[in-house]
Design a binder for this molecule. Structure first.
Ligand code: NAD
Length: 422
């Protein structure tokens, strides 16, 4: 069986004998193993990152920008292969995978402008006969710890800018879909990046702890679930690292009585069920304002019935499976809890079976109506294809509802009133 290693100093390497299984979520079968790295792997990684960073920081921003520009072209050329790597381990459709890589590429494109972005500032006579200027220096070794749901895009939020600024970067991808990180690093080498500037180390929470505790790592970027985000933030900050830590979400889409309902329903279907709801920007709550609620629920129900739930290898698939057996069970438990707490289950995606893929982690689109703000399915992030409709009387009540929620990432408003309220 294939074993996924680390990418350190331009080579695929690994000391640890321990493995973590990687699954095909469409079939529920182990398809490869990924190394669960140990201290020796980490030492090799940090030594390579420290050494390469010194030389890399002396490469002119213009040369760094040229390598970045080559990288953009190489990713575009390899888009199909990268998307398949994402889909095999994550389960999302090829179109979804390509869309996410394209979003990541936007950051690579932005990083191509680094010679201009790195300019400093000069202020004259800030005090009598005193001028002041600022110069941007690289930090040193930066790191990123990323979630399973966007194995290309989320790492690409982090390392292109970091590397363009003259830092070296250590990526610790999700152990659930680790292959994409490795391939992205190989392609960067192909684009001309010197060995060791971008290293990928695989493993679980032990490697994360080594990153957080290592005095030679200057910054940590994290994206993932809220409890881990808090732990990363606290531990990295205590160790005096620069840290950005993004956690879970709950996103509302408000439908006003004057909205074009069909347009709103199209948006809701894509945003609630696309990528099986495993997006931090997924719309998990539709807020129906005034008397449009019945029509809205009926139309969402009709459209969700038409969605094709299938493995990514099926060209008409609208949504694939969720990431793991445990996650499928967790989502199904939330659905049961919604019913227990009194929400109306309009469309039930539990026990979803596809012929030939009976062991796959599929959950069908699920729709709840008359959800209240004290229900668990409203308060917590489900991270699956489960949409809650909350009915409110007016726009002010919709705003109050959303502002009182503990989480947020984005809110959309559907209205035909040109002045979208803020
Ligand atoms: P996760 O928190 O389980 O894992 C994220 C990373 O942290 C992985 O690399 C994992 O190996 C590591 N990790 C897991 N448990 C750990 C522990 N106890 N100690 C140290 N490291 C640990 O998240 P996930 O399930 O992979 O991703 C889904 C979550 O990510 C959702 O909550 C989603 O909302 C969130 N997310 C947020 C954004 C955003 O922009 N805010 C974007 C994408 C995903």
């Amino acid at each position: 069986m294939k074993r996924i290693l680390n990418y350190i100093n331009g080579s695929l390497v690994g000391h640890s004998e321990k493995n973590i299984p990687v699954y095909d979520p469409s079939k529920g079968e182990i398809i490869s193993n990924v190394i669960n790295s140990n201290k020796d792997d980490f030492e090799q990684c940090i030594n390579s990152s420290l050494k390469s960073q010194i030389e890399w920081s002396n490469v002119t921003p213009l040369k760094r920008s040229r390598i970045m520009s080559n990288y953009k072209n190489i990713i575009e050329k390899n888009m199909q292969e990268l998307a398949e790597i994402v889909s095999i381990e994550h389960g999302k459709t090829i179109d979804d995978a390509k869309g996410s890589i394209t979003r990541g590429l936007e950051v690579v494109e932005f990083a191509c402008g680094i010679p201009h972005l790195l300019k400093g500032e000069f202020s004259q006579n800030v005090g009598t006969n005193i001028d002041s200027w600022s110069v941007r220096h690289p930090l040193g070794v930066c790191s990123g710890i990323t979630p399973f749901n966007f194995p290309a895009m989320v790492p690409m939020w982090m390392y292109p800018i970091s590397i363009a600024c003259g830092n070296s970067f250590i990526l610790k991808p999700s152990e659930k879909d680790p292959s994409c990180g490795i391939r992205l690093a190989e392609l960067f080498s192909e684009a001309g990046l010197p060995d060791g500037v971008f290293n990928v180390i695989n493993g679980d929470k032990d490697i994360v702890r080594m990153i957080l505790d290592n005095q030679n790592i200057d910054s940590v970027s994290f994206v993932g679930s809220t409890p881990v985000a808090k732990y990363i933030y606290e531990t990295a900050a205590k160790n005096l690292k620069r840290v950005q830590s993004l956690g879970g979400a709950k996103n509302h889409l408000v439908v006003m009585p004057d909205a074009n309902i069909n347009q709103a329903v199209d948006a809701i279907i894509g945003a609630a069920y696309g990528s099986a709801g495993e997006r931090c920007m997924a719309v998990s709550v539709a807020v129906a304002v005034g008397d449009i609620a019945d029509e809205l629920v009926n139309k969402i129900h009709l459209s969700s019935q038409k969605l094709k739930v299938a493995p990514w290898t099926n060209n008409d698939s609208d949504m694939g499976p969720v990431i793991s057996k445990e996650h499928k069970e967790k989502i199904e438990d939330y659905i049961a809890m919604g019913v227990e707490e009194g929400a109306d289950l309009v469309f039930d995606g539990r026990n979803y079976k596809i012929q030939g893929y009976e062991n796959g982690y599929f959950v069908g689109p699920t729709l709840f109506d008359n959800v209240k703000d004290d229900m668990t399915i409203y308060k917590e992030e489900i991270f699956g294809p489960v949409l809650s409709v909350v009915r409110v009387k007016d726009y002010e009540s919709a705003l109050e509802l959303i502002n009182n929620h503990a989480f947020g990432n984005g809110t959309s408003v559907y209205t035909s009133d040109g002045e979208v309220a803020r």
